[in-house]
Design a protein around this ligand. Structure first.
Ligand SMILES: [Zn+2]
Ligand SMILES: [Zn+2]
Length: 220
C-alpha cells in the first residue's frame, strides 16, 4: 500500500481538484495521501482551511486517508517559523518545506529554517549538509526521497547523509498530474536508484507509517 505525503492539486499548480486526486490515489492502491499545495503568506488563510475541509469530507467517505497539509514554498527563511506556526493554527496536520532543490533558486538557509521551525518533512532538500541531516535526526523531521523530475537529482546525496546521520527518509511523489502517482512497481526502484539497498523501501514505508501515527492518521 502506497503512502505519499507530498502531492498537489489545483489549489496551487496541480492538475486535479482534490476529490479527483484522492479518487485516483485510491485507484492506484494508495493507503494515504497528503494534500500539500504550495503556500506562502499570500494564500495560507484560504488554502489551508479549504484543504482541511475537503480532507474531512473525503475521510468520511473514502478508504484512502487524506492528510491536510501545505508545502511552504520559496518562503524567505526568516519568515518560515511564523508560517509553519500559522499553517498549524489554521489546521494543517502536515507541514512540508519546499527544500533546497538544486534545480530552483531556493534561498540558502531554507532547509535549516524548516528544521529549526519543526516542520514535518523537508522535501527535496538538495545538497543538505551533514549538520542539517543530524538536526533532522535529532528532531524527528523526515527527509524526502522524491520521484519528481529535477528534484530527484540529489536523491543519492540525501540517502547517503541520512544513512550517515540516522535521519529518517520518506518517499513522496510531489505529484502534480495523474501520471505522477507512485506505483508498487516503481516506488521500490526509485529507492534503490537512490543508492539504498533493496530492503530500504520497506523501511521508508514504515517511516511513513510512523509519521502517519504521529499525525493522527494511523493506517489499519
Ligand atoms: Zn508545484
Ligand atoms: Zn511539491
Amino acid at each position: 500500500m502506497i503512502i505519499d505525503l507530498h502531492a498537489h492539486t489545483f489549489f496551487s499548480d496541480g492538475a486535479l481538484i482534490p476529490s479527483e486526486m484522492v479518487r485516483r490515489a485510491g485507484a492506484a492502491n494508495y493507503g494515504a495521501v497528503a494534500i500539500t499545495d504550495h503556500g506562502d503568506s499570500s494564500n495560507l488563510d484560504h488554502l489551508v482551511p479549504s484543504i482541511v475541509r475537503v480532507a474531512e469530507d473525503l475521510n468520511k467517505t473514502q478508504l484512502v486517508k487524506v492528510i491536510p497539509g501545505v508545502e511552504l514554498t520559496h518562503v524567505p527563511p526568516p519568515l518560515i517559523a511564523s508560517l509553519v506556526k500559522k499553517a498549524r493554527d489554521l489546521g494543517a496536520k502536515l507541514v512540508v518545506i519546499h527544500g533546497e532543490t538544486i534545480v530552483e533558486p531556493v534561498a540558502p538557509g531554507t532547509n535549516r529554517a524548516g528544521l529549526d521551525a519543526g516542520a514535518d518533512i523537508i522535501a527535496h532538500p538538495g545538497l543538505l549538509s551533514m549538520e542539517e541531516a543530524r538536526l533532522a535526526a535529532q528532531k524527528g523531521i523526515y527527509l524526502e526521497i522524491t520521484a519528481r523530475k529535477g528534484h530527484c537529482l540529489t536523491n543519492g546525496h540525501v540517502a547517503r547523509v541520512a544513512l550517515e546521520t540516522g535521519a529518517s527518509l520518506v518517499l513522496n511523489s510531489d505529484g502534480h498530474a495523474p501520471g505522477d502517482f507512485l506505483s508498487e512497481a516503481l516506488a521500490p526502484r526509485i529507492v534503490e536508484g537512490a543508492g539504498l539497498l533493496p530492503d530500504a523501501y520497506a523501511r521508508l514505508q514504515s517511516n511513513a507509517r510512523l509519521l502517519l501515527d504521529r499525525l493522527g492518521y494511523p493506517l489499519s
